[in-house]
Ligand binder design. Sequence first.
Ligand code: ATP
Ligand code: MG
Length: 284
Amino acid sequence: MTQAALLKRIAQVKHPVATVAVTSGKGGVGKTTIAIAISKFLSDRGFKVCLIDGDLGLANVDIMLGLSADKNLYHIAKGEAPLEDVLVKVKEGFWVLPGGSGIRELLSMDHEMRKRIALELLKLDGMVDYVVADTAAGISDEVLMFCVSCQDVLVVVTPEPTSLTDAYALIKSLYKEYALKEFFVVANMVEGEEGTSVFRYLEAVVGRFIPEVKIKNLGSIKRSSAVTSLIREQSVEGVDKLKGVFSPLIDRIADGNIFTRGSMGLSRLVMGFLRFRGATAGSG
Ligand SMILES: Nc1ncnc2c1ncn2[C@@H]1O[C@H](COP(=O)(O)OP(=O)(O)OP(=O)(O)O)[C@@H](O)[C@H]1O
Ligand SMILES: [Mg+2]
């Protein structure tokens, strides 16, 4: 497809969709759990959701949900399979786009690979209301690419000091390098009322050093054994056990129209993949 034909195709995207990158500075803070829970519970409320496993190279959404996925993003990137052959329908209104584990080539995708993914993602137009991208931790190119390509970024933190300093480093990179100025924050694995103080701490640091940036509190999730057992159950039914833990967050998202849901959602996602120029991204 020529560049002009591609841009025309992107301009034809017309359905409103919210695109959210679930990310963090530090690893193991609960991104994948939260991305799965948000996707599953929004789909239970009648929204159509595609969860992209964007933890490229170390993807594990499919494992956590007990899905048997024989194809993944890599097959799309290589032009070996179309989106419809790779998407796994988990339940009514909930699809997973598996990420591909152990494939280092996904960590340094060239322009052609990103273009193929972008083109296939256009097929989500009219199919879904939300695209949720579970990213890796840190400030690598592929993490930043998902954050820049989504309309909203949800940063997961825990009360651990290193999680907070790493979250600040991530926010600072996204502001300085890509001018992102708004972030949602969820405090995970909190005890008692700790969630509020965790948010206030991050807000104070951001306010002091990068006052142009605004962070918004989406609430907190308690440390709970129900969450830990999800990884053992490895099934979508297992996610239902987290309903109590997650319902305040889901209520806020679903009832408050929290995430930007506009016709630009999918175009921005696709353009983000096409235009991303990271430190190690391929040329083109
Ligand atoms: N609220 C919680 N209470 C108890 N355990 C939790 C909670 N949230 C996540 N966990 C546990 O923490 C571990 C890490 O969770 P998860 O894999 O979702 O994090 P992650 O941020 O995606 O990690 P990675 O950076 O490796 O991708 C898992 O064992 C998970 O069950
Ligand atoms: Mg993860």
